[in-house]
Design a protein around this ligand. Sequence first.
Ligand code: PGA
Ligand code: ZN
Length: 408
Amino acid sequence: MKIEGLDAIKVLNSRSEETIAVYIKTPKGKVSAASPSGKSRGKYEINQFSSKGINFSISFLNLIGKRLAENQIVLEKFEDLEKVENLIKEYDKSENFEFLGGNALFALEAALLRAMALEKSMELWKFLNPKANSLPRSLGNAIGGGMHIKKELKSDIQEFLLCPETKHLYDSHFLSLQAYKELKKKLLECDKNWNGELTDEKAMATSLPTEYTLTLIRDVSKIIEKKYKFRMQYGMDMAASTFFDAKTQEYVYKNLPKRLDSKKQLQYVSSLIKQHNLFYVEDPFQEDDFESFSNLLKKNPKCLIVGDDLTATNLERLKKAVKMKSINAIIIKPNQNGSLLRTKEVVDFAKKSKIVPIISHRSGETSDYTIADLAVAWKIPFIKTGILGRERLAKIDRLIRIEREMGA
Ligand code: PGA
Ligand code: ZN
């Protein structure tokens, strides 16, 4: 595949923030890809854009596009992204593409993969893995708070997630939607302060105490299970770094139970897992506390204990987490490091180490659905995306289409 032209531009994500889209022209036609943006970003993620700003990242991408076109660099397979990264490294001397930025690099590499797939007249997932034959299960954000909404009265926990256990993706999305509607009815009854406001990920932004919310989810799950005869599992992303006070070394809750040191946090999270039979808990401790993660996993080996800010899609941090037995599952967000080659290394290492990879959207999304194709091609068993909203549905719709193409 040879590039005839590359155009990087500024676009707005679902939170109306600036991000980058890359358009590529090849002899076979045009393709594009765009990057999402996080709000509760971990400190070990690379910057979204160059420290010189988004405009600099855009000019940088356009320069790389020009060099790729002028030098007639041939890109035919996933591994050829290395040629592109080597070209970038001629200008970006930082270790982790900090000079270019994670959002910029992801948009570039995702667009290049699309161009390579188009050259072969193949869908992206099939181009990446012709043998792919399974779909991920969806994890949908139903109720939320934390950094994903600006208001005083809100849930401490960033996301309460639903995960129906179904064979087909369409069923999974349908059940999440039904549960969402049931939950909405209950929340309108129980939370007099809630006026229907939604978080950035279109989850319901209520302010009920955590335990109460989990009880409602359990009740609704039972209703759905009885009615549709599928199992509904659920869990939460605590994003604990966002309410950790580094000075006092405490987790500061606005709802009960107020302030907890790491030992009490361990007891608290463990009791929630046991009482509510949670199957999933993401970032229950701040992003440097590998040890508490490890203690929690020891006590709750059946629950998915998931690293997101902890691991930041970074191979070295994953290796540390594996060594310390801190997690049994990891969030994969390609723009946390930008490089799809490095992201794939993280996924491969996770699988080799029996850590469950979970690919994820960001709270500020675009309609780009590259992560859906990556989930299928890389045989990632879960995808975390929303239940409502055009940008979230873009991924779900894509998966439903792939499922159909596969004849699964
Ligand atoms: P984000 O957070 O706002 O950084 O996308 C989502 C998450 O913590 O999983
Ligand atoms: Zn998270």
